[in-house]
Design a protein around this ligand. Structure first.
Ligand code: NAD
Length: 318
């Protein structure tokens, strides 16, 4: 099977590519614009085992050339960092909405038999208690989440209007190796490894449901195999934690105390809590299998062992 992975040089897309090459017979094409978050070093363990196209998912001419011949297209390409979307929303709207539309059209034109649009729990906004199922209304609160919601709506419209066989996945916060060190877990680990303090937003009471990147990618693969066109599938994690609880686990793992934490002004419009009900995907046989404590310990070890990967990224953006 030939699979086109857009955004395959980013954190989650590269995990999909590395595991697909190691564990399946899938032949992979990566299409990636190599923004600050895209990094071919993420694919170094499988270098030579995939085809690479350096390009933009908004480039319709390029897509018309690249997309045909693939049996599955998975769209990971996105601007993905909420804080950056607050600083400047335009790139998020361009890639996450217009890029998704361009890709869906190219998949329709090429009659791709299966498409997966990778999305996020953030499209629902914030929930005080309980969990969202797939029928919950969209109420995004950051430019990132709004742009992802727009992309999801376009994908769904292509399924309903044109019969494009696209399914949408929505997942909680991911963690694992090769995550760009601006997101909270790799930022905190790498700061602590460098002996620097970590910035904790507001009262630290914001709650996130943590999903190991490997569980996310297994969920996406299951949706590619068994998901129904036009349907949405949640991928939930194994640990619902406040940011204070998460920070405590990271301080313990690195053997340092709360004196390494610096309280900083809260993110604008900071969503309080996300929580997904993933019964629909579990009915297809899915189960998240990475216990959070094990996944976090392995992640801390990975960053400790791979400073050559993250030090240049931090240096370039500090
Ligand atoms: P990432 O920022 O690490 O990677 C994004 C990749 O997309 C990069 O390689 C970048 O170069 C590429 N890209 C960006 N704009 C592009 C464009 N116009 N054309 C081609 N390539 C482009 O993001 P990630 O954390 O790996 O997230 C991947 C997907 O999963 C995103 O769609 C994101 O919304 C979704 N998601 C992420 C999380 C999370 O916790 N990280 C959770 C749920 C869903």
């Amino acid at each position: 099977m030939r699979v086109l992975v857009t955004g395959g040089a980013g954190f989650i897309g590269s995990h999909y590519v590395r595991t697909a090459i190691a564990e399946t017979g899938e032949k992979i094409t990566v299409l990636d614009g190599l923004t600050y978050a895209g990094n071919l070093a993420n694919l170094e363990p499988v270098s030579g085992a995939y085809d690479f196209v350096h390009g933009d998912i908004c480039d319709t001419e390029l897509l018309a050339h690249v997309v045909p011949g693939h049996d599955l297209v998975i769209n990971f390409a996105a601007e993905s960092h909420v804080d950056r979307s607050i600083e400047g929303a335009a790139a998020f709207t361009r890639t996450n909405v217009l890029g998704t539309q361009a890709l869906m059209q190219a998949c329709l034109d090429a009659r791709v038999p299966k498409v997966v649009q990778v999305s996020t729990d953030e499209v629902y906004g914030s929930i005080e208690s309980g969990s969202w199922d797939e029928s919950a209304p969209l109420a995004p609160r950051s430019p990132y989440a709004a742009a992802k919601a727009g992309g999801d709506m376009i994908a769904r419209a292509y399924a309903v209007t044109y019969g494009l066989p696209v399914s949408i996945t929505r997942c909680g916060n991911n963690y694992g190796p090769y995550q760009y060190p601006e997101k909270v877990i790799p930022l905190f680990i790498t700061n602590l490894l460098e002996g620097r303090k970590v910035p904790l937003y507001g009262d630290g009471g914001n709650v996130r449901d943590w999903v190991h990147v490997d569980d996310h990618c297994r969920g996406i693969r299951l949706v590619a195999e068994a998901g129904r066109p036009g349907e949405i599938y949640h991928i939930a994690g194994t640990a619902e934690l406040t940011n204070v609880e998460l920070t405590g686990r990271l301080l313990d793992a690195l053997g340092v105390g709360w004196d390494m934490v610096e309280r900083v002004t809260d993110r604008k419009g900071h969503d309080r809590r996300y929580s997904l009900d993933d019964a629909k995907l579990r009915a297809l046989g899915f189960q998240a299998r990475t216990p959070f404590d094990e996944g976090l310990a392995a992640t801390v070890r990975w960053y400790a062992d791979n400073a050559d990967w993250w030090r240049p990224l931090k240096a370039a953006h500090s």
